[in-house]
Design a protein around this ligand. Structure first.
Ligand code: PMT
Length: 402
């Protein structure tokens, strides 16, 4: 959910049993790249401790309007200005009533009055309280002022009743929060992404390939689609599901990959994460090669250079913004910078593949991006999904400046 990347969310936690779900909500929001600051009501503190939410959000929880120490660190007006979204989950019947009346008698209600950011409530209460005309009138009043309501859902409730009033689950709330930020940073752009290895046939049963799993390229495709881009993913043979809203083209060899990329042009941004074979056997034997006693124990394969897909596309007159990857086992930054120059790229992502916990077929990665001015930006070890979201945001910014 790229739309939450770097978004600042003030999460208000009211006093309801559903407050236990707020802990999971903090995690989900942060997993999607959002920064979260928690404000708790007095009631919220009865259901879940501030310490839990402090540990999960990575920041002290804001509790009191009249706390000089907290106000000195980040006052309520500053907090209200800081927010890109104020999300209150759970929003109790009492909180809804106070907000509908414009009451500002604690920190959370004060922040809501003081903020210019969108405000969203995730109601959570007993079904009879939700159905009560007073709550419904408050709901109408809040909606008429542009306050959004996420849910509630229907089902069995903590009190034993069944009906409307359940707070939505954390992931549903995170998605609804993402929907508040409609425009993806790459909306309207076409991204062409290469992924995975290539296979170069020796004969009908043997080929030359490498250890690329495609995970990095697929994560980039997913992150780019989430950022609103139209994504064409040209991939060598891998065992991965196609990310949502991504057009996938499967290829085998480097020459197939070049042809598929050329057919997918024009694009605005090219990200070449594929590990393309630099060489292929000059001749592909039409039948399975047999052991030949005349050559003793050896077999000599004559290899020829494959076309360079990235350099070819970077040399076109309709050249896109070009981002390469450099997989190196030594002299990482020096070799990556050389590839940036030689292939005429805008950015290169230097990937240390000597370290087995990052790079080929690992769950994590850690990379440095080098630009044409030799400036290096480091992305520390994290899951490939996380690195992909950070890279897509970085690339989108640099593309806009170009
Ligand atoms: O797939 P994973 O298991 O998740 O692993 C990710 C990865 C390590 C494969 C990926 O992060 C990575 O580093 N990809 C580039 C690997 C590579 O082949 O690097 P290179 O230094 O050989 O090539 C430099 C650049 O030129 C790359 O962008 C490559 O896609 C491109 N290239 C290379 C040769 C060629 N004939 N055509 C190309 O387009």
């Amino acid at each position: 959910m790229q739309r939450l990347y770097r978004k600042r969310i003030v999460l208000g936690v009211g006093g309801g049993i559903a407050a236990y779900k707020s802990a999971e909500l903090v995690r989900r929001l942060r997993d999607h790249g959002a920064e979260v600051r928690v404000v708790m009501t007095q009631g919220g503190r009865e259901f879940i401790t501030p310490l839990t939410l402090q540990a999960l959000s990575g920041h002290p929880v804001h509790l009191d309007l009249l706390d000089p120490a907290a106000e000195a660190a980040m006052g309520h007006i500053e907090l209200a200005r800081w927010a890109d979204l104020v999300l209150i989950a759970p929003a109790t019947a009492d909180l809804m009533a106070r907000l509908a009346q414009g009451v500002a008698n604690d920190l959370l209600t004060t922040v809501v009055l003081a903020t210019n950011a969108p405000v969203a409530l995730a109601p959570a209460m007993n079904q009879a309280m939700w159905a009560d005309p007073a709550t419904q009138a408050n709901r109408e009043q809040l909606l008429s002022r542009g306050i959004r309501l996420f849910g509630p859902g229907s089902g069995s409730q903590a009190c034993g009743d069944i009906g409307m009033g359940r707070m939505l689950e954390a992931e549903e709330l995170a998605r609804a929060a993402a929907d508040c930020f409609e425009t993806g940073m790459l909306t309207g752009k076409h991204l062409l992404i290469t992924a995975g290895p290539t296979q170069e046939n020796i004969d009908p049963v043997r080929y030359i390939t490498n250890h690329s799993s495609g995970k990095m390229g697929f994560a980039l495709a997913e992150a780019a689609a989430e950022a609103g881009a139209r994504v064409t993913l040209v991939t060598g043979p891998v065992f991965l599901p196609t990310p949502d809203r991504v057009q996938r083209i499967d290829v085998v060899s480097a020459r197939d990959m070049l042809a598929a990329c050329e057919a997918a042009m024009p694009c605005d941004i090219l990200i070449a994460a594929a590990a393309v074979a630099d060489y292929r056997p000059e001749v592909v034997a039409p039948h399975k090669l047999k052991k030949d006693p005349s050559t003793g124990d050896g077999l000599l394969l004559q290899m020829v250079r494959n076309p360079d897909i990235l350099a070819t596309l970077a040399g076109r007159t309709d050249r896109p913004f070009c981002v390469g990857f450099a997989a190196e086992t030594e002299n990482l930054l020096e070799y990556a910078a050389r590839k940036l120059r030689d292939k005429n790229l805008d950015l290169i992502v230097a990937n240390d593949v000597a370290n087995p916990s990052i790079g080929f077929n690992s769950e994590d990665n850690a990379v440095s991006v080098i630009d044409r001015q030799q400036h290096e930006t480091r992305f520390g070890q994290a899951s490939k999904g996380h690195i992909a979201r950070a890279l897509v945001a970085f690339i989108a910014e640099r593309y806009k400046e170009s």
